[in-house]
Write a protein that binds this ligand. Structure first.
Ligand code: SF4
Length: 359
């Protein structure tokens, strides 16, 4: 690539960004902290979903110091509904490292950033370039897609060598100045013009003059990705146990999927009403009315939960167990219950409306 070509590419993209950039809360008065938190929240999550979470997070946890010292339960409650909860746990761990080893400041060096929990090559590139103006690429799915279309790279973008080749092309075209804007321009272009599902909007793309995929009419067929593995299906039966004005919750194990979050008691497999009555007896509950609730489904990256559920009125608790009993208010404000259970949390919150359903 000659210098004029690179210069024109940079100008076209940055001019487009100046006119069309998305107005996002983390871009107003940007700081390394805001860039960090927003980039972590944006992993696997849509911008529209992230905005309210980001605003609340900044209100409640405005600094690295507050983040390092917040209780994990409070942090997880703030994160409730965003998914991939290990991101939140890593934020806190990283903030503690920043306090201990970096004087409470974000480092500007990509390698230092990558030594922090939860920060990988993409996030470190984004922070280093956007917050500190370091000449670093921020390679995410958007960039891989755009560059593979522009250069007609037909390799699998999950392949390490293909990724490295594309990264080198991006490094070659990074400008000396405004590198953060350049990276954000690619992010915005990928989100609004060179979109992942469906036809790219080449007619309004500032890079169409550089794009071989567009010129050859094959942009939409790129990038090449190997098919995802099918998710395993896990069946579960969920119990909304109601005793007085409280509901049973259980903390999930310290490790693994949704670790340390709260859930409604549940068992593997689909239980019949007869199974449920026996199970409740074995848990030491004297049960009254029982109502089958709507089935629901939740998709994780590698598994699918198919859930059947029962609302059960508990008349008496005959022995100790390891459940916590929480009021509706506590479920709303204190305990972090993953989105996987949202059908049942919604049901609990609107319990009065269901009183006519033979409960
Ligand atoms: S011209 Fe089309 S395919 Fe090429 S970068 Fe622009 S939107 Fe993507």
């Amino acid at each position: 690539m000659n210098k004029d070509y690179i210069h024109e590419f940079q100008n076209k993209l940055l001019d487009w960004y100046d006119e069309n950039r998305r107005i996002l809360p983390w871009r107003e008065e940007p700081s390394a902290y805001k860039v960090w938190i927003s980039e972590i929240m944006l992993q696997q999550t849509r911008v529209d979903t992230v905005i309210p979470y980001f605003l609340k997070f900044m209100e409640d946890i405005p600094s690295i110091f507050t983040l390092a010292n917040i209780s994990e339960d409070k942090l997880l409650k703030l994160w409730e509904g965003l998914g991939y909860y290990s991101r939140a746990k890593n934020l806190k761990k990283a903030a503690q490292v920043l306090l201990e080893e970096y004087n409470g400041q974000m480092p500007s060096d990509k390698k230092d950033l990558q030594s922090l929990p939860g920060i990988g090559p993409y996030t470190s590139g984004a922070i280093a370039s956007i917050a500190f103006g370091q000449k670093e690429p921020a390679m995410d799915g958007n960039v891989l897609r755009i560059v593979s279309r522009i250069t007609v790279n037909t390799g699998d973008i999950k392949n390490r060598k293909v990724k490295a080749d594309i990264e080198q092309i991006v490094i070659d075209v990074l400008p000396e100045n405004r590198v953060g804007d350049f990276n954000q321009a690619l992010m915005d272009l990928g989100a609004t013009i060179c979109i992942p599902n469906g036809a790219p909007k080449c007619s309004i793309c500032p890079l169409s003059g550089f794009c071989e995929g567009h010129n050859k009419g094959i942009a939409e067929t790129l990038p090449v990705k190997t098919a995802k593995k099918k998710r395993n299906i896990e069946k579960k039966t969920i119990f909304v146990l109601n005793y007085g004005d409280q509901f049973a919750l259980k903390r999930r194990p310290n490790k693994g999927l949704l670790s340390k979050l709260w859930e409604y008691p549940n068992v593997d497999g689909f239980a019949t009403e007869k199974d449920v009555r026996l199970l409740m007896k074995s848990w030491g509950f004297l049960t009254g009315s029982l109502l089958e609730l709507n089935n629901s489904k939740h998709l994780f990256s590698h598994i699918e939960w198919h859930m059947k559920a029962y609302y059960i009125k508990v008349e008496a608790v005959q022995r100790d167990n390891d459940f916590v009993w929480a009021s509706k208010k506590e479920i709303k404000e204190k305990y972090s219950i993953p989105t996987a259970f949202k059908e049942y949390t919604k049901w609990v919150q609107h319990l009065e409306e269901h009183q006519g359903q033979a409960i």
